[in-house]
Design a protein around this ligand. Structure first.
Ligand code: CP
Ligand code: NVA
Length: 308
């Protein structure tokens, strides 16, 4: 049984195949209505259950459409409406029950530990729809978007600016290893990625640099990315965190240090005027809406990989 919990768990060939299949399926349905099923309906008669312990717009809707396009059914559970969410049924029992009803399950949770515990007790594949530690589905969609616009990501240089120690940043570090791109991270010392993951990436011969100077981190880059300064899981003083990150805003001046044909990415939702200015996110270098659309296509491939 295959779970999709972290980019680092999956071998490079499979990850690349997931991105390639997304490209092919996307091309094959040009002209189709948005929720029309693909001709081969690989999920015919099958279903997916989703549990969202935290808010979601893109992941929720794009997975729902992805399942429809694969010819299957989806059920979205609100933790408040199920016993597990109310704290009166264990993860183990919930996992065993849900395994009887569906073919694949996706969970968005604050606790990566809970996700892993679910995985241990499920007899169907589990997909991580975002945890405090990683957001692998988003990163697959971002690689798909990058390659549609810039070709093979291998050997290209991507920059991550802002909070270097959140779920997105960690999944990007893992992706740099698996897809062999160069990653330059620009972040304050306080929000640097932990040493363990950086050392792991360096040991795998990945070109990864962490700098407190955002200009250095953006120089010569093919793609500049950032994320909300305060993530859903952040428990500390939000004002203080934003103050520390204020020199890491992606704006015209900073972006001018990147390659002239660089692209700007953001997983959304965005803190306009905080981590990025409006002229950048709404400007010609921004590919954020394509990224959001590609969540559908990336997720179809991820579901298929889990079930193959
Ligand atoms: N990018 C992303 O995961 O968005 P949602 O939180 O809206 O799902
Ligand atoms: N780092 C953000 C990503 C949102 C999609 C968060 O966890 O809130």
């Amino acid at each position: 049984m295959k779970n999709f919990l972290n980019i680092s768990d999956i071998n490079s060939e499979d990850l690349k195949q997931i991105v390639e299949e997304a490209k092919i399926r996307k091309k094959n349905r040009i002209g189709f209505n948005k929720s029309q099923a693909d001709n081969d309906k690989p999920l015919d008669g099958k279903s997916m259950i989703m549990i969202f312990e935290k808010p979601s717009t893109r992941t929720r809707v794009s997975f729902d459409i992805a399942v429809k396009q694969l010819g299957g059914y989806s059920t979205i559970l609100n933790p408040d409406g199920i016993h597990y969410g109310k704290g009166d049924e264990s993860i183990e029992d919930t996992a065993k029950v849900l395994s009887e009803y569906a073919d694949v399950i996706m969970i968005r949770t604050s606790s990566h530990k809970n996700l892993e515990e679910f995985g241990e007790h499920l007899s169907i594949p589990l997909i991580n729809g975002l945890s405090d530690q990683s957001h692998p589905c988003q990163v697959i969609s971002d690689i798909l978007t990058f390659e549609e616009l810039k070709g093979d990501i291998k050997g290209k240089t991507l920059s991550w600016i802002g909070d270097g120690a959140n779920n997105m940043s960690y999944s990007f570090i893992e992706a740099a290893v698996k897809f062999q791109f160069n990653l330059k991270i620009g972040c304050p010392k306080k929000y640097s990625p932990n040493k363990k993951i950086i050392n792991w990436a360096l040991k795998k011969n990945t070109r990864i640099e962490v700098s407190t100077n955002p200009k250095d981190a953006v120089k010569g880059s093919d793609c500049v990315m950032t994320d909300k300064w305060v993530s859903m899981n952040d428990k500390g003083d939000k004002k203080k965190k934003k103050k520390i990150l204020k020199d890491y805003q992606v704006n015209k001046k900073l972006l001018s240090q990147a390659k002239s044909d660089t692209i700007f990415m953001h997983c959304l939702p965005v803190g306009r005027g905080e981590e990025v200015t409006n002229d950048i996110i709404d400007g010609e270098k921004s590919v954020v809406w394509q990224q959001a659309l590609n969540r559908v296509h990336a997720q179809k491939s991820i579901i298929k990989w889990c079930l193959d």
